[in-house]
Design a protein around this ligand. Structure first.
Ligand SMILES: *Cc1c(COP(=O)(O)O)cnc(C)c1O
Length: 360
């Protein structure tokens, strides 16, 4: 008798990642505010570049991502040799866990932290360790207290998802200063593009051997479906990640779209400004309906309801009207809804529908 193959330890303990819903049965006119996508769509510049690159889809893409890394380096004033590009920043998170954490090692994240940190830790056989936040904000003290000799990686998103809150530059330095030997701090900057005059920790990473920043094209750059992200890592780490990533992990089309998108500074500036304006309208409108939220630095708002039932009830009502938001129960917020900031029409529709729910 043969034995069925068993996966590596830890893999079957992974809770499957839940993506934001995008459909409601029987409703055609949908506004999707569940995955923090750009309501303005992809930049025209990226669409044109992707179309042109489609003519090269019979050719293997470059393995070194040189053109995209040069564009990123130019925009953010970085060393291109320290940039590693991945299939979304999810792949960078995954590669970091695979390379630096294994059985017996700990991967630290916070209470309401992004699901991929624990998923990637478990996939590598490591143990994810969760520490408390304070008032829906990453707490540097609890992270420092949670660090042990077994800690290999510390992940925080700044701004954080699903809270939208962030920690300041001094707190990032305090975290970096407190790292045990052989441990890497990963500052996930998926939403850093939305914060004016904020580098997401790239400056800190520039001068440290143990600080990494990850960034993505999925949010403000409007390329979630293209799957492109990158990490700014120490030189040695780049050498490690480039050894284990797929040599052809990014397609010609994805590379071309991302390069055009990051060079399109007018698009970025427009999206950042519009997001800030619509986010303010969204928060104020919700507050008028008796639904508070913390000031958000990202492209979503975490709306707090009286209790779990009220949040679930509002979520269900919105859905019947074709408005899809996220009920982040899995992130420890059963009494909240995370609502992506839409364009002006999307925010209007969300607020009108929540008002109708209140009035019913
Ligand atoms: C959306 C998001 C990402 C981006 O993931 P990609 O794989 O780049 O699409 C990373 N971290 C957080 C916290 C996010 O919310």
């Amino acid at each position: 008798m043969t034995r069925a193959p068993a996966p590596q330890p830890g893999i079957l303990e992974i809770d499957l990642y839940q993506g934001g819903a995008s459909k409601v049965e029987g409703v055609d006119d949908i506004v999707k505010l569940s995955s923090n996508e750009n309501p303005h769509g992809p930049p025209q510049s990226a669409q044109d570049a992707a179309r042109a690159a489609a003519e090269r889809m019979h050719l293997y893409p470059p393995t070194d991502h040189a053109a995209l890394r040069a564009a990123i380096a130019a925009v953010h004033d970085l060393d291109p040799d320290r940039i590693v590009c991945g299939v979304g920043s999810d792949e960078i998170i995954h590669l970091l866990c695979q390379a630096y954490a294994g059985p017996g090692d700990e991967v630290l994240h916070t209470e309401h932290g992004f699901a991929m940190y624990a998923i990637s830790a478990r996939a590598a056989g490591a143990t994810p360790v969760k520490v408390p936040e304070r008032d829906r904000r990453v707490a540097v003290d609890t992270l420092l207290d949670g660090m042990t000799e077994a800690t290999r990686l510390v992940f925080i998103a700044n701004p954080a998802n699903p809270t939208g809150t962030m920690i300041g530059g001094q707190d990032m330095v305090r975290l970096a200063d407190g790292l045990p030997d052989g441990c890497l701090l990963v500052l996930d900057g998926a939403y850093a593009d939305y914060v004016a005059d904020f580098d997401g920790g790239l400056g800190l990473a520039q001068g440290r051997e143990n600080v990494i920043v990850t960034r993505t094209f999925s949010k403000m750059y409007g390329l979630g479906g293209m799957r492109v992200g990158w990490g700014y890592v120490p030189r040695d780490v780049a050498g490690v990640l480039n050894r284990i990533r797929g040599p052809f992990n990014l397609s010609n089309v994805a590379l071309a779209a991302a390069e055009a998108a990051i060079r399109d500074r007018a698009f970025a500036d427009r999206c950042r400004a519009d997001n800030a304006a619509q986010r303010a309208r969204l928060r104020a409108g919700l507050a008028e309906l008796g639904i508070p939220s913390d000031p958000s630095e990202a492209n979503f708002v975490l709306a707090r309801f009286a209790d779990q039932n009220e949040a679930a009830d509002c979520d269900a009502f919105l859905r019947t009207r074709g408005v899809i938001v996220r009920h982040p129960s899995g992130y420890g917020f059963p009494d909240c809804l995370r609502i992506t900031v839409g364009d002006a029409a999307g925010v209007d529709r969300l607020l009108e529908t929540v008002a109708a729910w209140r009035a019913r």
